[in-house]
Design a binder for this molecule. Structure first.
Ligand SMILES: [Fe+2]
Ligand SMILES: [Fe+2]
Length: 158
């Protein structure tokens, strides 16, 4: 994909995060099954529902922004982060230590998403895509809230 303009870059990053969300929606059920703490299991399940909503929100964004369409691509960062979460599951037996590892893995994902959605929102504002900016901010706030929730769970369970 050749990227020349800010609009091209926006489409690239949007397509990247679309792939990221799809990968996250496949990983979260596995993470919920691998966790022990009830609050953590609940947090993973809640975020799975939110993630499905975020994918729908990306579809809404595309509908609301005629200049934009999503290209097929794979988010390599998420592929790596999901692989690391799987390594935790494979190498730590079920219990508090694995939970701590899973929280860390999940927070890396959230921070990646926060960085990505923050950048996308800033680009949308620059490009004058008002509805897109609003939708991106909604998701950005959900990712931030999830990150904070995970921090709280980590503090309560350690
Ligand atoms: Fe997300
Ligand atoms: Fe997230």
């Amino acid at each position: 994909m050749s990227i020349k303009t800010l609009e091209d870059l926006f489409i690239h990053d949007l397509s990247d995060v679309y792939s990221a969300e799809k990968q996250i929606s496949r990983a979260l059920p596995k993470m919920a099954r691998a966790a022990s703490d009830e609050k953590l299991i609940e947090a993973f399940k809640t975020h799975l529902e939110e993630t499905q909503g975020q994918i729908e929100r990306l579809d809404q964004l595309v509908e609301a922004t005629p200049e934009v369409r999503i290209k097929r691509m794979k988010c390599h960062a998420l592929e790596g982060l999901v692989e690391e979460a799987q390594e935790i599951i494979d190498s730590v037996e079920k219990g508090v230590v694995r939970d701590a590892g899973l929280i860390g893995a999940a927070q890396k994902v959230e921070h990646y998403e926060i960085a990505t959605y923050g950048t996308l929102r800033a680009m949308a504002i620059k490009l004058g895509y008002k509805e897109a900016a609003r939708l991106l901010e909604e998701t950005l706030n959900e990712e931030k809230a999830t990150d904070e929730k995970l921090t709280l769970i980590a503090e309560q369970t350690q």
